[in-house]
Design a protein around this ligand. Structure first.
Ligand SMILES: Nc1ncnc2c1ncn2[C@@H]1O[C@H](COP(=O)(O)OP(=O)(O)O)[C@@H](O)[C@H]1O
Ligand SMILES: [Mg+2]
Length: 241
């Protein structure tokens, strides 16, 4: 579970208000999509949740733990994949996964199961023993995703995870998201791709210029809009208001 209460963040000494008094609750067991146009404040919000940035105001709790008061305990709950995630060029894929497994104390048998399942799913089995510097962009994304699963986090946070993935890999990613939630864990991801959110999410929040403009299930969002045929129309209508 993730709770944000009246969270704000500005850059350049208040000149740029990136996140403006945002309150939001993400429950366990739901796929929660965080939507907004470029510059809306999605990444800034995510960086505050994972503890990379401190909010100017407000409270953030992850599974009930205040991330300002007990940041390490908070981080232990989370696996986070940033947009343009970087990895370790000089490790082999399998070494990277074992490195993550060591950090998060994941038992060897669990690592093996997760690696086998998802390396096969992503078509990465034959690359695991090669150096990551030889991987394509998509392969890097995949190894990082598998790493996030090896961490076996309670809360998985993905910033624009679908960018750069081909349709089959995007499908596998959606499966990962669903499986994570079926274990009654929390999944929070940002996207500006409406169709994805529409098909995948149990609940959605839309932000624009740092402010929450709507949140709820697809049905609830439809009820707020005159033209409820697609999330894109709802989004355009709400962001233009
Ligand atoms: N490091 C930074 N310094 C100054 N302004 C920033 C910085 N990061 C983001 N911003 C600004 O904050 C706003 C929100 O950005 P961001 O959180 O990256 O949005 P999103 O992820 O939704 O595209 C934008 O106006 C952006 O230009
Ligand atoms: Mg962003």
């Amino acid at each position: 579970m993730i709770e944000l209460v009246n969270v704000s963040k500005s850059y350049n000494k208040g000149e740029i208000k990136a996140v403006d008094n945002l309150s939001l609750t993400v429950n366990k067991g739901e796929i929660f999509g965080f939507l907004g146009p470029n510059g809306a404040g999605k990444s800034t919000t995510i960086k505050m949740i994972v503890g990379l940035l401190n909010p100017d105001n407000g409270i953030i709790k992850v599974n009930g733990i205040d991330n300002q008061k007990d940041s390490l305990a908070c981080k232990k709950q989370i696996a986070y994949i940033p947009e343009n995630a970087e990895t370790y060029e000089r490790l082999k894929g399998i070494e990277y996964l074992n490195f993550i497994g060591d950090i998060y104390n994941t038992p060897k048998e669990e690592r093996r199961k997760i690696t086998q399942k998802w390396a096969e799913n992503f078509g990465l089995e034959k690359a695991l023993n090669n150096l990551i510097k030889s991987y394509s962009h998509g392969m890097r994304q995949k190894i990082i995703l598998i790493g996030s699963l090896i961490a076996q986090p309670e809360v998985l946070i993905l910033d624009e995870p679908l960018i750069g993935l081909d349709p089959k890999s995007a499908h596998s990613l959606k499966e990962i998201m669903r499986e994570h939630c079926e274990q009654n864990k929390t999944l929070f991801f940002s996207t500006h791709v409406m169709e994805v959110a529409e098909k995948l999410c149990d609940r959605i929040a839309i932000i624009n210029k740092g402010k929450l403009i709507a949140s709820g299930t697809m049905d609830e969002l439809r009820a707020m809009s005159k033209d409820s045929s697609s999330l894109e129309n709802i989004f355009l209508e709400l962001t233009e208001k």
